[in-house]
Design a protein around this ligand. Structure first.
Ligand SMILES: Cc1cc2nc3c(=O)[nH]c(=O)nc-3n(C[C@H](O)[C@H](O)[C@H](O)COP(=O)(O)OP(=O)(O)OC[C@H]3O[C@@H](n4cnc5c(N)ncnc54)[C@H](O)[C@@H]3O)c2cc1C
Length: 456
């Protein structure tokens, strides 16, 4: 079913555009999806393939312009709806190297993992959202969905306790089901009372702030500096021990085809009013280890975005009469310092939301019980199992010792082991223990943190 009216390039004024959409669609829409990110577009593809009439409303123009990830897309959830996506989608490189780094002032210890079977499995696809989301939107349109960028949804339309559509710029659009995939800063779930908090300021502890820059760099230099070949790439995460004040932050560096994605993720509660988030990013960027990797690179993009980090503890009501919630809006993100996963959960929850919507449409019932089938699908999926399994992961990932003690202690420990200063050498374990002790971490602290580390 194809019912496109105008293309993504249409730049008609906002209200005029919404008017066009609502009047042309006064005849039945089955599902309205808010947000053309991974979640919304995956749901749209699945629904359109089942011949359901679906429209995706996206505030960004074009699709992808508001979106930002590190970003490595892990796993193969998209394979359920797009079997050849790994060959056809705009993928920068596939991960073969994973790095974990501990940075302190001037020093770095980097663990460099190489997984040869990742080449065959193509398990981690490094993507740039502007390109990838635009491609995903094309797939949704080809499947028969309407994708309308440049439309900001103001609120849900609720009648007799049931969501019956949306409002945008004074116009309304009706459908028996609305799928809310409006991302981390989900105003729709906040303002509709589906979340624990009614204001983002109250929910601060549930989020990290991501800042990311894309830096253009010659592909040959990327290959040399990161020890990779043209289609293979490296994804590095860093524990940042060189941050000012009490800021707790991690860094990342991913290799794209001809650029580098560089960024930081900052635990929002550690950021005080005197800290400037861009300075946190600059501090990471100016570290000598990072500098030698990006020397000569120039800026292509710069952006900031929230990342949910409280997982299951921040999960809102994800279904109810006439609506379903998925992706970041539902808090479906996992981060353990080694990886961030959110795009895969968004895609999977989008597919499950579409399946739940298809079942409800076929049954002709949109009450809480029918829509609640989605809760069960999520609970049976790996998304919920992961989030439940790792529900206490922040005990370690937000542990100040991880940032304030360990990077410097590790770096000093290894430096002392390697350096020759003309004095008698100590055994390795003694050197490293001494270095931890000097930073204030004795045996008990290490044991306590070791217990917290069991949550990773
Ligand atoms: C710095 C950073 C690094 C990350 N790294 C990774 C990584 O390496 N791997 C990984 O898997 N994940 C990563 N993530 C997380 C990942 O980006 C998200 O989990 C994923 O994008 C969630 O998809 P989504 O569809 O739920 O939301 P989004 O992709 O955010 O899409 C939501 C869409 O809704 C639109 N929207 C919002 N409100 C409205 C409205 N009112 N009306 C209309 N449209 C609206 C937005 O413009 C947006 O297009 C990272 C995130 C950040 C910020």
């Amino acid at each position: 079913m194809q019912f496109r009216i105008y293309s993504e390039r249409d730049v008609s004024p906002f209200s005029e555009k919404m008017e066009k959409v609502s009047c042309k669609l006064s005849h039945d829409i089955d599902v309205i999806i808010v947000g053309a990110g991974f979640g919304g577009l995956s749901a749209a593809i699945k629904l359109a393939r089942a011949n359901k009439k679906v429209i995706v409303l996206e505030r960004g123009m074009p699709v992808g312009s508001k979106n930002l990830s590190g970003g490595v897309l892990w796993g193969n959830d998209l394979g359920e709806i797009l079997p050849n996506w790994k060959e056809e989608a705009p993928i920068e490189r596939f991960v073969v190297k994973k790095k974990l780094g501990f940075l302190s002032e001037g020093d770095a210890t980097i663990l460099d993992f190489y997984f040869d079977d990742f080449k065959e499995k193509k398990t981690g696809a490094i993507v740039l959202r502007a390109k990838f989301d635009a491609w995903l939107a094309e797939q949704a349109k080809e499947a028969g969905a309407r994708v309308e960028p440049g439309i900001n949804v103001d609120k849900l339309l609720v009648e007799n306790g049931q969501v019956v559509g949306i409002e945008s710029n004074g116009e309304t659009l009706r459908a028996p089901i609305t799928i809310i995939m409006d991302g981390a800063n989900s105003r729709l779930t906040l303002e509709s009372g589906f979340r624990n908090h009614s204001k983002m300021s109250e929910a601060k502890g549930n989020f990290m702030l991501g800042i990311k820059e894309v830096l253009s760099l010659d592909p040959e230099l990327i290959n040399q500096r990161f020890g990779v070949s043209s289609e293979h790439g490296s994804a590095g995460e860093y524990v940042l021990g060189n941050m000012p004040n009490d800021v707790l932050a991690g860094g990342f560096i991913y290799t794209n085809g001809s650029s580098i994605s560089l960024g930081v993720v900052i635990h929002l509660t550690s950021l005080s009013t005197k800290d400037r988030s861009y300075e946190v990013y600059e501090k990471f960027k100016s570290h000598p280890h990072v500098q030698q990797l990006i020397e000569g690179a120039s800026q292509l993009e710069y952006g900031a975005h929230l990342i949910p980090e409280a997982g299951i503890k921040m999960m809102p009501q994800i279904s109810g009469p006439g609506f379903l919630v998925g992706g970041d809006a539902a808090g479906f993100v996992f981060s353990n310092g080694m990886v961030i996963q959110g795009m895969n959960y968004a895609a999977k929850s989008g597919i499950l939301a579409a399946e739940a919507a298809i079942a409800a449409l076929d049954k002709g019932s949109f009450d809480a019980k029918t829509m609640g089938q989605y809760d069960k699908m999520i609970k049976d999926s790996y998304i919920y199992k992961d989030l439940k399994n790792f529900k206490n992961v922040t005990k370690m990932t937000k542990n100040p010792n991880l940032f304030k003690i360990y990077p410097e202690a590790i770096n000093n420990g290894f430096k002392n082991l390697i350096e020759e200063d003309g004095k008698p050498k100590q055994k390795a374990w003694k050197t490293i223990m001494k270095s931890f002790k000097e930073k204030g971490a004795g045996l008990f602290t290490l044991m306590r943190d070791g217990r917290k580390g069991m949550n990773l």
